[in-house]
Write a protein that binds this ligand. Structure first.
Ligand code: NI
Length: 181
């Protein structure tokens, strides 16, 4: 199926909670090849189309350790696409609460406690290792997306009560996707 390789970027369907595939931890990326480059392009296009500020591979059913982030959300801001492959958060400092959303939880916004500043080490799409110090929305997005790679979701950070409420809302939504939004 060689001719299929030249297919252009594509928006992929995003899995919604409680899809069990969101709980599958991603595997290390070992091949920095054309297939990976296409996956990264698809993930970026899927994130922009949603739109969202971050998307992890498990959210499109790909159990690999990578995510994309673009926190430049203003209309006039140039895009700031960042790709994190096999990321590791090596330092965390401070605490901050932020109302988070997730493309796998449409319509849900919940306060989540995260580290305020982080140091993350990852590879880019060509396999080069980089380190990034981040704070603000970027630091939150990196921690949120990194959780996805371990099958961890924003609801896991909530109180049992909030978690049950979100769970019920999402199960209801899954039963009638058109009515709930
Ligand atoms: Ni998410």
């Amino acid at each position: 199926m060689l001719e299929m390789k030249s297919v252009a970027m594509a928006v992929r369907p995003i899995l919604h909670y409680p899809d069990k595939r969101l709980r599958v931890p991603g595997e290390e990326v070992t091949e920095f090849d054309e297939e990976l480059a296409e996956l990264v392009e698809d993930m970026a296009e899927t994130m922009y189309a949603a739109p969202g500020v971050g998307l992890a591979a498990p959210q499109i059913g790909v159990s690999k350790r990578l995510f994309v982030i673009d926190v430049a959300t203003g209309d006039d801001e140039p895009s700031d696409l960042r790709v994190f492959i096999n990321p590791e958060i090596v330092e965390k400092n401070g605490t901050v609460c932020y109302e988070e959303g997730c493309l796998s939880f449409p319509g849900v916004h919940e306060e989540v406690k995260r580290a305020e500043r982080i140091l993350v080490r990852a590879k880019d799409a060509s396999g080069e290792t980089f380190e990034l110090e981040a704070d603000g929305l970027l630091a939150i997005a990196v921690q949120h997306e990194n959780d996805h790679l371990d099958g961890k979701l924003m609801v896991d950070h909530l109180s049992l009560l909030r978690r049950r409420l979100v769970h019920r809302a999402m199960v209801k939504r899954a039963a009638s996707p058109d009515a709930a939004e």
